[in-house]
Design a protein around this ligand. Structure first.
Ligand code: 5GP
Length: 112
């Protein structure tokens, strides 16, 4: 079982901000911005590389949860960044697909 599955199952503590039958969102333990939330599917897909067309609706739902949380957390008007890290060069460290919601400060571009 992945670390994020354990968080989704409440076996490892986390500050959970949203959950439904398919998706869980929780605060990142090492935030890179004043607001940093991790949004995951309960289904343990390893990375973007492992998505199939059958996952299209699920991925859409992840983005819509991010949008809702941005509103709830008050960063929708100031702006935010949504990130899927994939593989070693993408900086992925947890092998369970996740969407980062980052906000509350100005983000640099290009990313480091
Ligand atoms: P990645 O680098 O794979 O894109 O992102 C993984 C994220 O998960 C990192 O930002 C890291 O801080 C976060 N993370 C790793 N372990 C834990 C944990 O046990 N709890 C929480 N809440 N976040 C974690």
């Amino acid at each position: 079982m992945t670390l994020f599955e354990k968080i989704a199952n409440h076996e490892i503590p986390a500050t959970i901000l949203y959950e439904d039958a398919e998706i869980v969102a929780f605060r990142d333990i090492n935030p890179q911005a004043p607001t940093h939330v991790i949004i995951i599917p309960r289904k343990p897909i390893t990375s973007v590389n492992d998505l199939t067309p059958n996952d299209a609706e699920l991925i859409g739902k992840l983005v819509l949860v991010a949008r809702k949380l941005a509103i709830d957390l008050g960063i929708n008007e100031s702006g935010y960044r949504l990130v899927f890290n994939c593989g070693p060069d993408g900086g992925q460290t947890v092998d369970h697909l996740h969407l980062h919601l980052l906000g509350g400060r100005v983000m640099g571009w290009p990313p480091g």
